[in-house]
Design a protein around this ligand. Structure first.
Ligand code: AMP
Length: 175
């Protein structure tokens, strides 16, 4: 049995409903959802002009391998209408595997911990709410040493104190 930390985002369609549906579908095919963060309204990164995102993080207990879980996540993205037009562009549902137990993987198909998680307040702020102690093992990504979500967020804020302005807590997903 493993614990996965997953980040979810949407800025196309009925984002709140898509996030709810994505979590439900993943729960049916991949395991038991343990905790879901608040919902956050966040500014897009990557320079493409597009609407704000809704983001959240959740933890999932699963018997799947990390790769099998990623494949289920991609199937759920597809079932929620995901189209890849622009790399950093708008999307109906984006699911990223941030960490999976303390697994490290440098594979392009599955990099763990997620290589850009430590750079993104929209990942770390929701994740810190539900799993501050979740391990982010080094050396992949930008972290030089093993850390946890709380330490990664503290480091991001000290590098970029403005980053919290881009991430607004708007309450519960079901609220
Ligand atoms: P994205 O545009 O964020 O959905 O990127 C998806 C691509 O990143 C897919 O080809 C995945 O195989 C790859 N990928 C590598 N590591 C991860 C990860 N930790 N979580 C999600 N996708 C990943």
């Amino acid at each position: 049995m493993s614990i996965a930390l997953i980040s979810a985002g949407s800025n196309l369609g009925d984002s709140r409903a898509l996030l709810r549906r994505g979590i439900e579908e993943l729960q049916h095919c991949a395991g038991e959802v343990l905790a879901i963060s608040s919902l956050y309204r966040t500014k897009p990164v990557g320079g493409v002009e597009q609407p704000d995102f809704l983001n959240l993080a959740f933890t999932l207990r699963t018997e799947l391998t990390a790769l099998a879980l990623l494949e289920k996540m991609q199937a759920v993205e597809q079932s929620c209408g995901r189209r890849r037009l622009l790399r950093w562009g708008p999307r109906t549902l984006d699911l990223d595997l941030i960490a999976f137990d303390k697994l490290q993987s440098a594979d392009n198909k599955l990099t763990l911990p997620h290589p850009r998680a430590a750079l993104r307040a929209f990942v770390l702020v929701p994740a810190c709410e539900i799993a501050p102690d979740f391990a982010l093992p080094a050396p992949y990504g930008i972290m030089a040493a093993p850390a946890d979500i709380k330490a990664a967020l503290t480091a991001l804020i000290s590098r970029d104190p403005e980053c919290l302005n881009e991430v607004e807590n708007i309450g519960s997903l079901n609220g």
